[in-house]
Structure formats: C-alpha cells, structure tokens
Design a binder for this molecule. Structure first.
Ligand code: TA6
Length: 296
C-alpha cells in the first residue's frame, strides 16, 4: 500500500504472508527497508539520511543510472535516484519466475530537463518483489525509446547498503582471485589475493567479471546474505571507514561499523542499447543461517 514516509514522501510497503516486508520510496525508486519474518531490518539506512530532494537517500538500495560514480559528465551516480518515480499500473508482461504476490512496479521516464543533461529517451521499469521465502528481488528493465535512431550507453549499479553487526567481523566470499579497480588508487587494476575479503580500513573497489553469487557473512548474527545477480557482471565493495564517514553530513560518524555496500553493477563494459532494445538487470537478496568459519 502507498503511505507517507519521512518528510511526507510517498512510499510503498510490501508485506508477504510470512511476515517479511520491504519499503520503496517513489523518490528515487529507492528501497529503504527489507525485513525478514522476524521483523529484523536487513538493509542499512543512515540515521542521518536526508529525505529531501534533490539529495539522495543515504542507505537502502540507491539506483545508479545512467552513470555509475563519475564515469561520465553527469553528477555522481546519475540522476535516477534523485527523481520521483511513478507506480506503473499496466506494466508489459513481466517475464519473472516468481509467483510473488507482494510486488510493485515503478517507472521513470526522463523529463525535458533530464533530456537536456542526458539527450536520450528511455523507460526504466523497476519491479520490487518479495519472493516466496522472503527474498528481496529487484528487476530493472531499461528500454531505449529514442525516435531519432540513436543508440545510448549507460553504466548501472544497485548500490546496496547491507546492515551488518560489526564490519570488523564480516567476510565477503566469491570475489577471491578476481581483478578489481581500486578507487582509492586512481582506479588502478589489482588482483585480489586468494582469500575472502575482510575489512579493517576504507575499501572502495570495482571487482570485474564477478560470479552470479556473492556471500556476505555476519559473524555476530551468524547470518549470511546471499546476493544473486543477472546482467550485472561487476561488483562494487565500499566501506567509507572513519575519516570519510565523518566527512559525510548524512552519515553518522560510527555508522561505518554497521554497514557494507556490495553493489551488483555493470561498469567496466557500459551497456549499449539501440532504439527499441531493452536491457534487464536482476538482483536477488536472501539470507541463510551461517556458521561463520573465521580464518578459514
Ligand atoms: O560505492 C562506491 C561509491 O562510488 C564510493 O566511491 C562513494 O562515493 C559511494 O559510492 C557513495 O556515493 P554517494 O554519491 O551516494 O555519496
């Protein structure tokens, strides 16, 4: 159902029969909450998030489109997360394999002003759904609707903020041995050593050609997030740590200890669409109990 969220901004609340829930703001088309059937919040949302356009909401799953970070002429992460989306009442048939009843379809099309800064027409349809086991499923479908015959290229990320008990007791599995671009070293290319990722300082990396499945283990909660993706070859891993955290007005000084961004993305090879073509990028988040095998 649609209700009023922070600052009177409209949000849609999804609930399933088992008690899982999710919330997505029409502002930014941004998921800000995903709770399991124990009503535990699984996403990080900063206590200092500013729910005031044009500032992006700090947390949940910001949508980075049509540009990831500063990889182009637009403001960082593009403008989809800074726009009001609308509910799509009659979406074209959604080729999704879920019988999910708890879902909402949103749509974003560029305004005249948007076309001035990014001279293309598009339809960006987002479906947010709760799966049969409380999984959170996001499907983005982006279509080139240019009538001037022009193709366009874009980069994309589901900029997901996971809630973790203590960043110093988190491991990420699935990115071992892969190449990454280190944003802290002018995006120089490195190769990950052969063990799971652990965190003891600022990390900001774009892992390239990553597997469909990535696991994020939270020691204290004995819980593993499982991220499954399709159409999104790259994975960004980000924690600002203390210094950068202090420099962000919409982020609490200590909040870096309780969040980690692992972002399903298409960055190294931008997506190019001819008029009429559509791209689909899917993200499915779930949790499983995990016996945290520290040090293994
Ligand atoms: O997640 C990677 C990143 O590009 C970082 O470099 C950092 O800038 C982060 O996104 C947050 O960006 P934002 O514009 O939301 O403050």
């Amino acid at each position: 159902e649609v209700s009023k969220g922070f600052n009177g901004l409209d949000k849609v609340i999804l609930r399933d029969a088992r008690g899982s829930s999710a919330e997505v703001y029409l502002y930014g088309g941004q998921v800000t909450s995903w709770k399991n059937d124990q009503a535990e919040e699984l996403l990080f949302l900063s206590s200092k998030a500013i729910f005031k356009p044009p500032k992006a909401i700090r947390g949940g799953i910001p949508l980075c489109f049509p540009q990831f970070s500063n990889l182009g002429p637009l403001d960082s992460h593009g403008f989809a997360r800074n726009r009001f989306w609308t509910i799509d009442d009659n979406p074209p048939p959604f080729p999704t394999n879920t019988s999910s009843k708890a879902f909402v379809d949103l749509i974003l099309k560029p305004s005249e002003d948007d076309i001035k800064i990014w001279p293309h027409s598009f339809e960006f349809r987002l479906r947010v759904a709760l799966g049969p086991g409380g999984e959170l499923m996001l499907t983005s479908r982006i279509r080139n609707t240019n009538n001037d015959g022009k193709p366009f290229s874009f980069t994309f990320a589901y900029h997901t903020y996971f809630s973790v008990s203590d960043i110093s007791e988190v491991r990420v599995e699935g990115l071992e041995t892969l190449d990454y671009l280190d944003n802290l070293q002018k995006r120089k290319r490195f190769t990950e050593q052969g063990d799971a990722l652990t965190f003891e300082s600022e990390v900001d990396r774009i892992y390239l050609s990553t597997p469909t499945k990535i696991a994020i283990l939270d020691h204290e909660k004995k819980r593993t997030f499982v991220l499954r993706k399709d159409g999104l070859p790259d994975s960004v891993v980000w924690n600002p740590w203390d210094k950068k955290a202090k420099s962000m007005p919409d982020f609490g000084d200590d909040e870096y200890k309780h969040m980690l961004c692992v972002e399903a993305a298409a960055i190294e090879k931008p997506i190019t669409l001819k008029p009429g073509e559509e791209w689909k990028g899917r993200l499915e988040l779930s949790t499983v109990p995990s016996s945290y095998r520290s040090g293994q």
